[in-house]
Write a protein that binds this ligand. Sequence first.
Ligand SMILES: Cc1ncc(COP(=O)(O)O)c(C=O)c1O
Length: 412
Amino acid sequence: MHVNTELLHGAYAPEETTGATALPIFQSASFAYETAEELEAIFAGRDAGYVYSRINNPTLDRFERRMTVLEDGLASVSCSSGMAAISTAVLTLAGSGDEIVSGSSIFGGTYSLFAQTLPRYGITTRFVETTNVEAYQAAVTSRTKLIFVETVGNPKLDVPDIAAIAAIAKEHGIVLMVDNTVTTPVLCKPKALGADIVVHSTSKCINGHGNAIGGIIVDCGSFDWSNPRYAHLKPFYDRVRNFAFVANLRNRVHRDLGGCFSPFNAFLMSIGIESLAVRMERHCTNAARVAETLSQDTRVDEVRYPGLPDHPDYSVATRQFSGGFGPLLTLRLGTKDRAFGFINALQRAQNLANLGDAKTLVVHPASTFCRDATEAERQAMGVTDDLVRLSIGIEHVDDILEDIEQALNSAS
Ligand SMILES: Cc1ncc(COP(=O)(O)O)c(C=O)c1O
């Protein structure tokens, strides 16, 4: 199937008992069984069955299966947010004394998790320049438990060479975890580039309508979980072989941390999945047109968009993405005052901290989601005071350009 057909039909069938075509919302905390023996068998893993919605739930299960198909994976676990997905996935792999190697231009929330929160629990991160492949090699130690990159750094919009980084991860037998939030499986399939685990904030393009928060962890099925670097997974590997990561995740770490997804939000995300391909197509053509137009505009100091031929990672992006370069672009406007003036003058684009919505969005990263970072960290993330991030929506492109034009005029 082509991806736009897969979005509608992959792992999807009408509900078995009623024939309902929309995903039924099983809004139930728990699931009852006739006998104590039945429940015992499910808890013991001898029989399959739902027990409690913190651990599994039929609505979540169907959403997870759809995401697994889209990422060509083995199995998925949904979480209450993108950050819940990233933190839970990391804690399934790493513990006190372990290390992460991560690109430095990642989303501010993930950066803060790696730089501030995890060190308090003994997990440290070696940040490297995101596009410098040799730096990943140099940062690996015997304690490295994962290499982490985003398909497109947010908001620097740099594009790491995932296949080259995957080769390093493979050489050392280390998991490569890729955040595919900005590109989605429509534009990029990290597994085909060598990723082992894919994570998403489904709050963004997958949902597409800014009405729910969610996240997902997909095991691509490519990693050999008998690898002694992950000795804590051995008991799971002995029982369930290549499902060892997912078993430790669902039956231990996710169960214990409790960042479970709500069935209603899974319902909303499932609706989002169905129109993802057409939205991504329009996000990409609109964003490319805005980027091209603004790159000719002398009122803008710099336009960053991975689809512009003068972007430093244009050739990597062209190789790794198909069908476009995503909804995000950034502008530098010279000063923070001009950046604020531009944002305040926009009439249709909404000023908020989100991306991938059907509507065009704008945000000033330095004063919002990168606010916690130090000056040096902001520099590594490509965040300057005059930087504005636009998430281009699916409106008619002429209306988006008109709004930007009048805002630039009034900010000048
Ligand atoms: C690339 C990326 N990953 C993860 C997240 C975190 O997702 P959530 O807000 O759903 O926790 C975000 C949020 O902006 C993001 O942009």
